[in-house]
Design a protein around this ligand. Structure first.
Ligand SMILES: O=C(O)Cc1cc(O)ccc1O
Ligand SMILES: [Fe+2]
Length: 449
């Protein structure tokens, strides 16, 4: 018999307060975090001393209106080498393949769509240049709705930083590790992890030499993502606040020309500084970036019969003014056990008032036998009929209902309250599958009266 007290050793347990790569990180979604890269750089007793420590400039970054309810108030105080106000005029630069709401290049389309992965990037493509918009809804200028982007990149951003005034960015890598250098410090984001960069926070993305990165981005124009209510689930479960890790302060103090690219009202604008804007020596607040390991998600499911709606898989939600009606939800289909008795276990056939974009980080998805590839995606718009493909239906209808571990994939969904309208390039893309409807062919009549 194994002595359970000896079954786990502490040899490989990372120290508390460390994240990927052993770097010091700060734990807890929505917390009031604080960090200083140089001892004494963070004022201890006020935000705006007459002279900030070490000759730094104090600057507030507000992510909510000053007077929103306390639970929704978001702001951080940054202590930096130069204030962000020191910049020349921004000028328009090419939007390339980035598009923004309102989406008017195509009309909303009730068809089901599925795309193969994006083609490889042209050599020299960085994260910003490699953004490719699939579609979205709402209006960035009204701070509502969302956009779905993909990215592919093979080049770092040593002298270029990006900031998005239009919304926060949820970055979902599928291939390649991203090193995010942000105003708040560094985040390592590997496939299977996600990064959340709040509205307005500036960051650069580095990619290991000789590698190529690929993934998905949900741009949320609406209320910032928050953890969902747990209702009768109780005080624990789904994503735990403590598993969200914010960076510790880490600054770039080398004076050199650095281009700041700012997405504003759907367009890219740029200005070149004579220094890096990633020069924050200390900070405190709750408007901060995070990284989260999707495999930390505590999956809730049925232990009797039937298949719960996938809202139980919600990692983060951007609420709207109507309770329970999300501007956008981020949902993960993580490894889990299926034990339902007399139950069709894969996702059921359905039509949904919410619109569903799905992506695949790894492996396969249990509703699709073939054709839904890592790096690819599918869109099932408002009320579009979808569900298991024929092969999955046949297999699951005849399966022996023994307890089954679903652990051969990691899929996710961006779900949103409004139909997703495609960007023109997504409708005409060479990697758009032309035969997606046929996956449901052959679901023949079985009715016998
Ligand atoms: O369409 C999908 O595959 C996502 C999904 C999964 C599920 O288990 C139930 C409903 C649903 O939309
Ligand atoms: Fe669905």
């Amino acid at each position: 018999m194994t002595d359970h007290h000896d079954a786990r050793t502490t040899a490989d347990v990372p120290p508390i307060g460390t994240g990927p790569g052993g770097r010091a990180m700060l734990s807890g979604f929505g917390n009031e975090h604080q960090s200083e890269a140089v001892a004494g750089a963070l004022p201890r007793d006020r935000n705006s001393p007459q002279r900030a420590p070490l000759g730094l400039y104090a600057e507030q970054l507000s992510g909510s209106a000053f007077t929103e309810p306390r639970a929704r108030t978001r702001r951080s105080w940054l202590y930096r080498v130069r204030p962000s106000a020191v910049h020349p005029a921004f000028a328009r630069v090419d939007n390339r393949e980035l598009r923004c709401a309102p989406f008017e290049e195509t009309v909303p389309d009730p068809n089901r769509f599925r795309w193969d992965p994006l083609p490889a990037p042209a050599a020299g493509t960085d994260f910003v240049d490699g953004l490719w918009t699939l579609g979205g809804n709402g209006d960035a200028r009204q701070r509502s709705g969302m956009a779905i982007h993909l990215y592919r990149a093979d080049t770092s951003m040593p002298d270029r930083v990006f900031g998005n005034s239009d919304g926060e960015l949820l970055i979902v890598p599928e291939r390649g590790v991203l090193e995010l250098r942000t105003e708040f410090g560094r985040l390592t984001v590997a496939p299977g992890h996600v990064a959340l960069v709040p509205r307005g926070v500036r960051f650069a993305v580095d990619i290991a030499e000789g590698t190529s990165a690929r993934g998905y981005v949900c741009e949320n124009y609406g209320a910032p993502f928050e953890l969902p209510e747990l209702g009768p689930i109780g005080a624990n479960g789904l994503a735990d606040a403590r598993d969200f890790l914010a960076p510790t302060a880490d600054f770039d103090d080398t004076d050199r020309p650095v281009e700041v690219v700012n997405k504003f009202g759907g367009n890219l604008w740029a200005a070149t500084l004579d220094h890096s804007p990633l020069d924050v020596v200390a900070w405190h607040g709750n408007h901060v970036p995070y990284v989260y390991d999707l495999r930390r998600f505590n999956v809730i499911g049925s232990i009797s019969y039937d298949h719960p709606d996938p809202s139980v898989f919600t990692v983060l939600t951007s609420p709207s003014d109507t309770p329970g009606l999300a501007n956008a939800d981020f949902v993960v289909f993580a490894p889990r056990w299926l034990v339902g008795e007399d139950t069709f276990r894969p996702p059921y056939f359905h039509r949904n008032v919410m619109s569903e974009y799905m992506g695949l980080i790894e492996g396969a998805y249990d509703a699709k036998a073939a054709g839904f590839l890592p790096g690819g995606g599918s869109l099932h718009n408002m009320m579009s009929a979808h569900g298991p493909d024929r092969e999955t239906f046949d297999r699951a209808s005849g399966a022996d209902l023994v307890p089954q571990k679903v652990d051969d994939g990691l899929a996710f969904m961006f779900e949103t309250r409004w139909p997703v309208t495609l960007a023109g390039q997504a409708r005409s893309a060479g990697h758009l599958q032309q035969d997606y409807d046929t996956v449901w062919d052959g679901l023949r009549r079985n009715f016998r009266s």
